[in-house]
Design a protein around this ligand. Structure first.
Ligand SMILES: CC(C)(COP(=O)(O)OP(=O)(O)OC[C@H]1O[C@@H](n2cnc3c(N)ncnc32)[C@H](O)[C@@H]1OP(=O)(O)O)[C@@H](O)C(=O)NCCC(=O)NCCS
Length: 161
């Protein structure tokens, strides 16, 4: 398994993974088409690929990466690879890149009922900072606002070893 920066060639695989994942954030085609445009908002997109399977994309994360506050917009692991630590590895790589870029915090919103994602973020050291009532639709549900303070990364790294 390899984690690398996504390229425009990865967009169809990223879209396919997102569309299969009911609890993922769903973007319009145009948003993916402009992901790598010169005037697009600054973002980082990482993909995990299976080297044993010809470099197939098996997971991705997309984050806004402007300034001190980064924001994870989406993360998906292909169903057959879930629960094997891949989500942890992808987000951890993003947190390391946030640290290198001088970011101080990484934020995200998650559906309250998305226990898999909540467990993933909790394990990495994200903490709840707030709640957005009725934020999601179809079905209507609260969002939990989670935050990772980048200064905690050292502690996580030590615990992860
Ligand atoms: C959320 C998601 C990315 C997690 O990826 P993953 O590779 O399965 O996660 P990991 O294997 O690294 O697991 C991390 C932790 O979460 C736990 N976890 C994973 N799936 C779980 C589930 N369905 N229920 C409860 N806990 C779960 C794991 O057990 C692990 O904790 P542990 O080590 O204490 O056991 C994946 O489930 C997914 O793609 N979901 C659909 C898209 C989505 O909801 N994205 C989040 C949008 S905010």
């Amino acid at each position: 398994m390899l984690i690398r920066a996504a390229t425009p060639d990865d967009v169809p695989s990223i879209r396919a993974l997102e569309q299969q994942a009911e609890t993922a954030a769903h973007w319009a085609e145009l948003e993916y088409d402009t992901l790598f445009a010169a005037d697009a908002p600054p973002r980082i997109a990482l993909v995990a690929t299976s080297e044993a399977d010809g470099g197939r994309v098996i997971g991705f994360v997309i984050a806004r990466c402007a300034g001190a506050e980064w924001e994870i917009e989406n993360v998906v692991v292909t169903p057959e690879e879930r629960n094997r630590g891949l989500g942890i590895k992808i987000i951890r790589e993003l947190l390391l890149q946030a640290q290198s870029a001088g970011a101080t915090s990484v934020l995200l919103e998650v559906r309250e009922s998305n226990l898999a994602a909540r467990r993933l973020y909790e394990k990495l050291g994200f903490s709840q900072q707030g709640r957005r009532s009725g934020y999601y639709h179809d079905p209507k549900e609260d969002a939990l606002l989670l935050c990772f303070f980048v200064t905690n990364l050292r502690q996580f790294d030590l615990e992860g070893e």
